[in-house]
Design a protein around this ligand. Structure first.
Ligand SMILES: [Zn+2]
Length: 259
């Protein structure tokens, strides 16, 4: 199994630090800044093997150069289709690429998920044999708690096809997103579906977590399927609301027009 830890950065970013159980290698995901990451790695005596970048935005890449100074052999991993270069990138990934890492656990698969940026990728980890409850998705700015990323470079249609790839993952998949947006997401979701009891329940649980300063990550895909309007294009409730019965894409597009 992999272990996932995080440090927080800026207002609401999560930077993930992934380790295995058989050696001291670590992978860092989307380091927008470096100091808290460096402190963590040194304190735990970890060797930084790789930096996984989901997309080129500065709040996901700003810490690369400092980390590379301290760990010069670190591999910088990112998508092959970004329009803006990722600093020091070594490995360029496409849809369905399999990534080997020295963590010696499970398998990393790449999902190309354009929309927020054109070359955005997400990293999906599963143990060999696909045992239950073992999948982890590092979704970057594609998907958040009860919402999805802003569409800056792609089209709403591209975002729809990207999110469809996520819906195909096992429902138990744990999702580690790059920002804490769950409360805002749910406040929008309850306006869209005021009678959805699962959204109501999650909203009150999330308010409770926020009041205790607790994070809402990891998200769980089956919870998102029930309460994230941006994954609910095929729900009768939303299709009725927009009067687009049987048309999933149109339902997603109409939802995007609401904001
Ligand atoms: Zn971004």
């Amino acid at each position: 199994m992999i272990n996932v830890n995080y440090v927080k950065a800026f207002r609401d970013n999560y930077i993930y630090i992934i380790t295995g159980s058989s050696n001291n290698y670590a992978i860092v995901v989307d380091p927008g800044e470096s100091s808290a990451v460096t402190d963590y790695l040194l304190q735990k005596k970890l060797q930084l093997w790789g930096i996984f970048i989901t997309h080129h935005h500065h709040d996901h890449t700003g810490g690369i150069s400092e980390l590379k100074k301290r760990w010069p052999k670190v591999k910088i991993v990112g998508g092959a289709k970004e329009k803006v270069a990722i600093p020091f990138q070594d490995i360029y990934l496409n849809e369905n690429d399999i990534l080997e890492t020295p963590l010696q656990e499970g398998q990393w698969t790449v999902l190309h998920v354009p929309g927020h940026t054109l070359g955005h990728i997400s990293y999906y980890w599963a143990s060999e044999g696909q045992e239950k409850d073992t999948g982890h998705l590092f979704s970057g700015d594609l998907l958040f708690g009860a919402t999805c990323g802003n569409i800056f470079e792609g089209t709403p249609e591209q975002m729809f096809f990207s999110l469809q790839k996520i819906r195909k993952l096992p429902p138990t998949t744990k999702i580690w997103c790059a920002h804490e947006y769950t409360l805002q997401g749910l406040e929008f979701a309850i306006k869209v579906e005021p009678n959805n009891k699962k959204i109501k329940k999650r909203l009150s649980e999330t308010k409770e977590k926020y009041s205790c300063g607790e994070p809402t990550i990891p998200l769980v895909l089956e919870v998102e399927n029930d309460t994230n309007p941006y994954l609910r294009w095929d729900s009768p409730s939303l299709q009725n609301k927009f009067n687009v019965i049987g048309n999933d894409l149109e339902c997603f597009l109409r939802l995007n027009e609401l904001e």
